[in-house]
Design a protein around this ligand. Structure first.
Ligand code: FES
Length: 129
């Protein structure tokens, strides 16, 4: 499913925190969400897991939104292992592939969350997994 671009933004991107070393920068970056929810916080909550960690999302959130409201990366690139947070956010670039625990690969930016969904951003066999 491809989503049309929203006419108003439901989310705002945050800035990377400053840090003094690469290790500190990585841990601080992971702890600070990429997105901040700006509106529509009244929708029904759903529970999903991301790499085994339980998180809360709202009905109508995409998997990408749900993940980036909790951390800064959606997956690691297969080529270098560097963290990625999606690029086009509309189903065109393929920069947001993640996997469900049952094995199905999904584009996080164009897949809506479902209660009980179990997402893996670092499937086994991928660099940095
Ligand atoms: S971010 Fe481009 S396809 Fe999902």
């Amino acid at each position: 499913m491809i989503l049309s671009a929203p006419t108003t933004s439901l989310y705002a991107m945050t800035n990377l925190p400053s840090a003094t070393s690469a290790g500190q920068q990585q841990s601080a970056a992971d702890a600070t969400p990429q997105f901040v929810r700006l509106t529509e916080a009244h929708r029904k909550e759903v529970g999903i897991t991301v790499d085994g960690e339980a998180i809360t999302a709202l009905t109508g959130d995409t998997v990408l939104s749900a993940i980036l409201l909790h951390t800064r990366r959606v997956r690691d690139t297969e080529f270098s292992g560097e963290p990625r947070a999606g690029f086009c956010l509309m189903g065109a670039c393929q920069d947001c592939w993640v996997q469900l625990e049952e094995g199905t690969r999904i584009r996080a930016c164009s897949t809506f969350v479902k209660d009980g969904m179990r997402v893996l951003t670092r499937p086994s066999g991928v660099i940095g997994a």
